[in-house]
Design a protein around this ligand. Structure first.
Ligand SMILES: *[C@@H]1O[C@H](CO)[C@@H](O)[C@H](O)[C@H]1NC(C)=O
Ligand SMILES: *[C@@H]1O[C@H](CO)[C@@H](O)[C@H](O)[C@H]1NC(C)=O
Ligand SMILES: *[C@@H]1O[C@H](CO)[C@@H](O)[C@H](O)[C@H]1NC(C)=O
Length: 383
């Protein structure tokens, strides 16, 4: 910003001296009041984006100008949460939260072969209700998922209200149906990591299409995306794991696909390639099932650092993105258009994000929720 200020001063001929004489008080007031207002107008007008530092978003990070604003005092302040791994919003606007109760993912949780450590397995499943349903007011209206999960990760709700969760300890993808006559689905063998068609290895997230087909990002070890029919028959697998830096990785080489979301009207599935700090878009095969998993484009920006989670909002055609701590990057939320431009950035009011792990936009497009694993919290934003 200092560079822009300076350039504008030069352009407008209003440096601290004017024609070699110190500026007068009137001129100083004019400059001090006029410049910020001008800058503000420039920042909010995409046509003048070329004047701004290329690494600045068109809007600055000020809440009063930001269309994504935290709603304070939400949820009810006595809500106890463990590491909040997943968040989703159903068609009612109810918020579903998937948290780890009294467990936490630490350095010794997994063995080198990616199995949950014996110590962790011996604890048995988490006794807390790991899935909470909150209404818009932040009141818990349903608790489920007690005595079932070992290391909660992703949570998705489909258009019918079914919940889809992934457990990286169990290495399973589980559908929890709304309809009690629906048997649900359990994919993957409990506690057994693998890379064949019957196993996952720390699967991270699920995205469900309107026709019931679903996509799994699998995950920490396999670096692949799998597409299934609504009954859980495998249709297609693509992507390869890598731990090479992004500049030495092909478009389908993924370094922890950590979150997945559909851009259904464009026939795309977007994958947060976490450690590579990019979002990879592939064909979803919605219109032509033969064309599934073909790389279409990459969205990246040096401000991302690592991309932890993404959620697509069809009402404004924007991707809502959260990054994570990388040392140099600010941890924040991004509103990103499908051309890959950052349209806005946002954080909680008077507070920073620490370790965001998931983001969800409500189906009506009015709310954005961010789940964090440190501190353990869920933050609501209105837009
Ligand atoms: C989990 O359950 C234990 C035992 O009842 C309780 O002490 C703890 O507060 C619960 N933690 C969370 C985050 O719900
Ligand atoms: C939320 O709170 C408002 C104001 O107290 C109330 O009118 C509304 O019914 C509540 N909504 C729900 C879903 O509980
Ligand atoms: C998909 O491929 C099959 C086999 O090659 C072909 O018979 C079918 O017509 C194709 N479907 C579409 C929608 O192109």
């Amino acid at each position: 910003m200092a560079a822009i200020y300076f350039s504008l001063c030069v352009i407008l001929g209003i440096a601290s001296t004017i024609n070699g004489r110190p500026r007068t008080e009137d001129e100083r007031v004019m400059i001090d009041e006029f410049l910020p207002a001008l800058l503000d107008r420039l920042q909010n007008n995409p046509e003048y984006a070329f004047l701004l530092d290329s690494d600045s978003p068109p809007r600055s990070n000020r809440q009063q100008n930001s269309p994504v604003q935290q709603q304070e005092n939400w949820p009810q302040n006595n809500l106890k949460l463990g590491q909040v791994a997943g968040v989703a919003v159903d068609n009612n606007g109810d918020v579903l939260v998937f948290h780890r109760g009294d467990r936490a993912w630490g350095a010794r949780s997994f063995d080198y072969n990616n199995e949950l450590s014996q110590v962790e397995q011996n604890k048995g499943p988490i006794r807390n209700a790991t899935i909470l349903r909150l209404n818009k007011n932040g009141t818990v209206i349903q608790r489920l998922g007690a005595n079932r999960f070992f290391m909660p990760h992703g949570l998705t709700v489909d258009k019918k209200g079914n919940l889809w969760v992934t457990d990286v300890g169990l290495h399973q993808v589980i559908k929890i149906p709304v309809d009690p006559t629906d048997a649900g689905l359990v994919l993957g063998e409990a506690m057994k990591p693998g890379s064949d068609n019957e196993h996952f290895c720390k699967p991270t997230d699920v995205a469900v299409a309107s026709n019931g087909h679903f996509f799994v990002s699998d995950g920490y070890c396999n670096g692949r995306i799998m597409k299934f029919t609504k009954d859980g028959m495998l249709i297609k697998t693509w992507g390869k794991p890598t731990n090479n830096p992004v500049e030495f990785s092909a478009d389908d080489e993924l370094f922890i696909p950590h979150s997945i979301t559909l851009i259904e009207e464009s026939n795309l599935v977007a994958v947060a390639d976490r450690e590579h700090g990019r979002i990879q878009l592939f064909t979803a095969g919605i219109t032509d099932p033969n064309d599934t998993g073909r790389f279409v484009k990459s969205i990246s920006n040096s401000r991302f650092g690592k991309v932890f989670a993404i959620s697509y909002d069809p009402t404004d055609k924007m991707l809502y993105v959260v990054n994570g701590p990388t040392g140099s990057n600010k941890v924040e939320g991004f509103t990103v258009d499908l051309d890959g431009k950052i349209r806005d950035t946002w954080t909680p009011r008077n507070m920073n994000f620490d370790e965001p792990h998931d983001v969800a936009v409500s189906p009506d497009g009015h709310q954005v929720y961010v789940a964090e694993i440190r501190p353990n919290r869920i933050t609501k934003f209105n837009k």
